[in-house]
Design a protein around this ligand. Structure first.
Ligand code: C2O
Ligand code: CU
Length: 466
């Protein structure tokens, strides 16, 4: 552990750059200040406690191409909200105040919190307008997590309520730079307003915006030094958009996902990130001084004739004139994670879409939330669910409170070297996955599609661990 941190700092100093490991470094050291997210003040002097105040409140934000400020909903006045940073094992205390005109919650997406701290609408229930709630939990896992409301999430998240929670562990790889990229999109009309009504396309596919955002900034232009070792920690907070990312033809090494680092990293040309998912990627900048790399969102067909949109630039990177760094190496392996046992599924969740009383709805086993019967699980049980997608489009399946592992897709076992702890996973149109989880925390937990229009349109259910 110590050596990794020491190496990382040495590398950062050697390269003459700031390091994100230094939580007190000022933002002006950050070569990517353009997309720096505000850092939140830790009000607790104990090194193992992160205690913060977080208010949800209306604010205004200038989006590109809009003639006026947009009315947004924010955590602490910014979109995204402030970055919360901690270490595995830390206690987190969040004094939340709801200064919105309606009820909300904070759901800690991917964080294994006690059920009463999960910020879901069923338990403990919403925080009313003007109300307060103290969230507190201990961070069991290292990784990139995020937080967002779970009441009218399709509307509240779209208006700007989301933020990232970065939890560092003891096995972090060395890198010259590490950055969190919160990916979103927003539909901004030229007068700065957001469209009021959902058209049929947005109801069906989830809202997709006309403006891509990286940490709230549209198409940032960021410096990169040739030869440097970069780590990007990606989260997709969009309602409906999938990001199919490619970096000007360079290979990306995928070193982690929702539940943290992967025992066996792998290389990819594209990293497909569905709403709610996280990916942790590294690369050595393989480009000449003075050139440019682009992070593209390439077309991806997620059903219903999507995927014909042209590639869109998410961000561009300007390769600086600094002498190329030499000898940087990508990590090859990280510590093992426990492999959950394989078994045939005992429960099927069939995801579909339907018209009920002239309304488009999204169903699980033919029912919409809250009519979907809860699944009963005994405390500590390891269960295998088949999640079957009978619809014409992909659904990113999210489970609260637990990680799961993908055992098989359409009957084909997952390659042993692709073991990963996930909490959100794409179930492709007309396909089925077997997921295994250990339900080792009591309480009522939710699962749903993370296309927020689908979740709010019925594709959501509960698991009772008793
Ligand atoms: Cu990120 Cu229940 O959601
Ligand atoms: Cu869906």
């Amino acid at each position: 552990m110590k050596s990794a941190v020491a190496l990382s700092l040495a590398l950062a100093f050697g390269a003459g750059c700031g390091s994100n490991d230094d939580r007190t470094s000022s933002r002006s050291d950050d070569p990517w200040a353009e997309i720096a997210m505000p850092r939140i003040t830790d009000e607790n002097a104990s090194p193992n406690v992160v205690e913060v105040k977080l208010a949800a409140r209306p604010a205004q934000k200038q989006y590109p191409g809009a003639s006026a400020l947009s009315d947004v909903w924010t955590y602490e006045g910014t979109v995204p909200g402030p970055l919360i940073e901690a270490r595995r094992g830390d206690d987190v205390i969040v004094h939340f105040s709801n200064q919105l005109p309606e009820a909300t919650t904070i759901h800690w997406h991917g964080v294994r919190v006690p059920a009463g701290m999960d910020g879901n609408p069923m338990s403990p229930g919403p925080v009313p307008a003007g109300g307060d709630f103290d969230y507190s939990f201990t961070l069991k896992d290292a990784g990139l997590f995020w937080f967002h409301p779970h009441v009218r999430s399709d509307v509240q998240v779209e208006r700007g309520l989301y933020g990232a929670l970065l939890v560092r562990g003891d096995d972090e790889p060395e890198a010259d730079h590490e950055h969190v990229l919160v990916l979103d999109d927003v539909y901004v009309l030229t007068d700065g307003t957001f469209p009021e009504f959902l058209d049929d396309e947005s109801k069906m596919m989830g809202r997709e915006g006309n403006t891509l955002l990286v940490n709230g900034v549209s198409q940032p232009s960021l410096p990169l030094r040739a030869g440097s070792l970069e780590r990007l920690r990606l989260v997709n907070t969009a309602n409906g958009r999938f990001f199919n990312l490619a970096l000007s033809g360079q290979k990306l090494r995928v070193i982690g996902t929702d539940g943290g680092l992967l025992p066996q990293p792998y290389d990819a040309d594209h990293v497909l990130v569905a709403p709610g998912e996280r990916y942790d990627v590294m690369f050595v900048v393989d480009a000449a001084q003075g050139t440019e790399l682009t992070l593209w969102n390439d077309p991806y067909d997620r059903g219903h004739d999507s995927g014909s949109e042209p590639a869109m630039a998410v961000a561009t990177f300007q390769i600086t004139d600094d002498a190329p760094l030499k000898g940087r190496k990508l990590p090859d392996a990280f510590p093992e994670i426990e492999r959950l046992p394989s078994a045939p599924p005992d429960t099927t969740l069939d995801l579909s879409e339907a018209f009920q009383n002239g309304e488009l709805v999204f169903t699980i086993n033919g029912k919409t939330f809250p009519e979907v019967p809860p699944i009963q699980v005994s405390d500590g049980a390891v269960r295998v669910f088949e999640v079957k997608n009978s619809s014409d489009m992909d659904h990113p399946f999210h489970l609260h409170g637990f990680f799961y592992q993908l055992l098989a897709t359409d009957g084909v076992a997952t390659a042993p070297d692709r073991l990963a702890n996930k909490d959100t996973l794409i179930v492709r149109a007309h396909s089925a996955v077997d997921l295994v989880a250990r339900f080792d925390a009591l309480g009522h937990w939710m699962y749903h599609c993370h296309i927020l229009e689908h979740a709010e349109g019925g594709m959501m259910g509960e698991i009772y661990v008793e």
